[in-house]
Design a protein around this ligand. Structure first.
Ligand code: FE2
Ligand code: FE2
Length: 178
């Protein structure tokens, strides 16, 4: 019976579960970025607040891209339950340290998924997640450059105000030749 049910989808149970985990991770990232946006707004960092709100939308889009793929493949995309969102952050800088850590761990999760897809010979999903791996190059790059602003500009005096002004201007043009 179980085998018959799997005729509805080419996704193995393992890959479907991994995709659903990733859906949850993207939803969590989206929620954390939103909490960061609120913290920055409350602490007078308006540009960062807007930048983080945009990041939150992007993570939501990532989640939906995965969500639709699972259902389009005949699987069961699960609307994730998200809990334990940090609402308070120690410092302005710590917001961006956490953001970078979050992106690095998302990259690792996609790498593990690529490895599992390869081993399971699920080349459709393997190909599907290439977009996300490429996206992570940009996400990590921007998160690192943003964090570097704290050292380059310095936090003394009007430093944090300057950093806040520069954050939305950080862009990745690594594939600008395309
Ligand atoms: Fe993402
Ligand atoms: Fe991200």
């Amino acid at each position: 019976m179980k085998d018959l049910l799997r005729l509805r989808t080419s996704l193995s149970e393992e890959i479907e579960a991994l995709l659903n985990e990733q859906i949850k991770t993207e939803a969590y990232s989206s929620a954390v970025y939103l909490a960061m946006s609120s913290w920055c707004n409350r602490n007078g960092f308006d540009n960062s607040s807007k930048y983080l709100e945009k990041q939150s939308y992007e993570e939501r889009e990532h989640m939906m891209k995965l969500f639709r793929y699972v259902n389009d493949m005949g699987g069961h995309a699960i609307s994730p339950e998200i809990t334990n969102i940090p609402q308070e952050f120690e410092t302005f800088k710590s917001v961006f340290e956490i953001a970078l850590q979050q992106e690095i761990s998302v990259t690792a999760q996609f790498n593990r998924m690529a490895d599992r897809c390869f081993k399971a010979k699920d080349f459709m999903t393997f190909q599907f997640i290439q977009w996300f791996l490429k996206e992570q190059i940009e996400e990590e790059y921007v998160a690192r450059r943003v964090l570097e602003l704290f050292d380059v500009i310095g936090e003394e005096g009007t430093g944090r105000w300057e950093i806040d002004k520069h954050i939305p201007k950080v862009h990745y043009d690594g594939d600008s030749e395309e």
